[in-house]
Design a protein around this ligand. Structure first.
Ligand SMILES: [Zn+2]
Length: 245
């Protein structure tokens, strides 16, 4: 069998020096033939015989790696030549990997589906990020509008609105009145009045004075020195009342 050629007859690693009369295998055909040869004995004559049908299967849309895996899937013992078995398998090839139940094709279909799912997940995350960004922009716009209304009303009328909102929600009176809670209380009033500055002002002017307007001198809060607060005599609210009625 040995012909004394260096490299011993392994002609597939060199380019198109196949002794076979068939057209030299393309790189894709070679991938399939190499996959077969990795599992089964495949002499050059076998490679030449199989190149045509393999090329046909590739032309029908099979990917070389999937086709190679499909062709040698669950081959244990062969009672005939590799070429005969492969030619048979190439004849009864399913139309696409999607309809073949063999492990190699199922793996390929699963991988393809996973790629599609990952792509869909990525696009869903992108959309969610866009929505989140839009919501952040909206929230910033609302906050800016509320800041403008706060400044427009001034601390006295703003204080009345907060006190009235607190009075309407007794449960909040026992809780810490954080800056965020004050913002929320004022925001609900602003929303109720359609963010109409004049309407909010008219509403606030009709509210009873807030305690801070009558106890200015005893307040230690940073805003206690507000110059727009009326400088009335100190008049503490009756006990149990937020402000005198
Ligand atoms: Zn298959």
């Amino acid at each position: 069998m040995l012909v004394g050629v260096p490299g011993g007859g392994e002609s597939t690693s060199t380019t198109s020096t196949d002794a076979a009369p068939d057209v030299p295998p393309t790189a894709d055909v070679r991938v399939v033939l190499d996959a077969i040869a990795a599992t089964l004995p495949l002499p050059d004559r076998g490679r030449a015989l199989l190149a045509g049908p393999v090329r046909g299967a590739l032309a029908a849309g099979w990917q070389p790696g999937v086709l190679g895996a499909h062709l040698v899937d669950r081959v244990t013992t062969i009672t005939t030549t590799t070429e005969a078995l492969m030619r048979y398998r190439l004849r009864v090839l399913p139309e696409t990997p999607a309809v073949c139940p063999c492990a190699a094709c199922r793996r390929h279909v699963a991988a393809a589906e996973a790629a599609v799912r990952q792509d869909a997940d990525r696009r869903a995350r992108d959309r969610a990020a866009e929505h989140h960004q839009a919501a952040v922009v909206d929230a910033e716009a609302v906050a800016a509008r509320h800041d403008a209304l706060d400044a427009d009303l001034g601390p006295v009328l703003h204080g009345r609105i907060v006190q009235a909102a607190l009075a309407a929600r007794p449960i909040l009176r026992s809780r810490q009145l954080s800056a965020a809670r004050i913002r929320t209380l004022a925001a609900s009033v602003y929303t109720d009045h359609g963010h109409d500055s004049a309407a909010i002002r008219a509403y606030a002017e009709g509210l009873p004075p807030a305690p801070s307007e009558t106890t200015t001198a005893t307040q230690t809060a940073p805003d206690a020195t507000d110059s727009t607060s009326p400088t009335r005599p100190i008049r503490m609210a009756p006990s149990g009342r937020l402000w005198p009625r």
